[in-house]
Design a protein around this ligand. Sequence first.
Ligand code: UT7
Length: 316
Amino acid sequence: MSGIKLLGTGSAVPSKVVTNDDLAKIVDTNDEWISTRTGIRSRRYCAEGESHTSLCLAAARQALERSGVKPEEVGVCIVATLTPDYLTPAAACLLQRELGLSEDTVCFDLNAACSGFVYALHTAECLLAAAPRKYGLVLGAEVLSRITDFSDRGTCVLFGDGVGAAVVEWRAGYPSLHAVLGCRGNDEVLYAPGVHSDRPSYIHMDGQPVFRFAVEAVPRCAREVLSKAGLGLEDVDRFVFHQANQRIIDFAVKKLGIDPAKCTGNIEHTGNTSAASVPLLLDELITGGELRSGQRALCVGFGGGLTWAGALLELA
Ligand code: UT7
């Protein structure tokens, strides 16, 4: 058996807090609808002087510092994102320069939408097995406010900006993530056109089919990870599900028959931050003392693609 453990996390959220009441001033919505249908009360947006790059740098520095890992010890750096500042250079390449990672560090961005961070964790686990240096820096980073259509009340109330970072270490003898990744190609119910498309580059989502997909995918993926690991639901200390909608999480909790206290989230003050959602929650749980050394977190992401990804992450 070989795999990765989580050494430390970091996070960075922009300074501007946007409440449901703030959004009600620009679209036909209200706090009651948003909070009861989604669980969201506020989210953060990048303001002047804040960017994808600046948030990535802050979160990565914090994760490295808390892990006691030096930049030159990192072998792989992956940023999961669909909203980088540049299509090229990758956000990970900018981190290489700003953090002073070695030039032979494998640096790239990965787009698996809201499943991106878990896709990136698994990718890092595979790459670190072959890398000369066994520490990985993995980020989930989004500035979704840049691709939000503020005339569409069905989507603009959902999204937020933020970055979560994790430092992992690969060792022979460490447990595998037992990752389960998947995709069911679909560009109809959830998509954000690229810059060369003749359609506007905003996020488009047909909420109900995506909701139905999510409530099926999350429990299925969680069970598949555990079956691969030969473990049961009782062996999991924390369930860290993508924060897309509190009702999706409540459905998954019920379907799996797990204790809701092991599945608390942060959607109330983050909104849906896509690839950043799982690492932001991991960081919040760890800094709040709710997830500790030696414990296991079952992380599940789902969303655009349509993709899903689950992994069992143990804290060193
Ligand atoms: O992160 C990637 C994965 N994403 C997801 O997993 C999201 C999955 N989908 C969802 O979470 C939910 O479908 C939404 C939160 C997006 C929407 O909730 P819903 O319960 O599915 O609402 P709906 O789209 O069926 O709309 C119900 C009603 C409609 O009005 P009528 O036609 O019944 O009169 C909408 O026009 O609510 C209306 N509505 C709103 N009303 C006030 C839609 N958005 C709003 C709004 N404020 N912001």
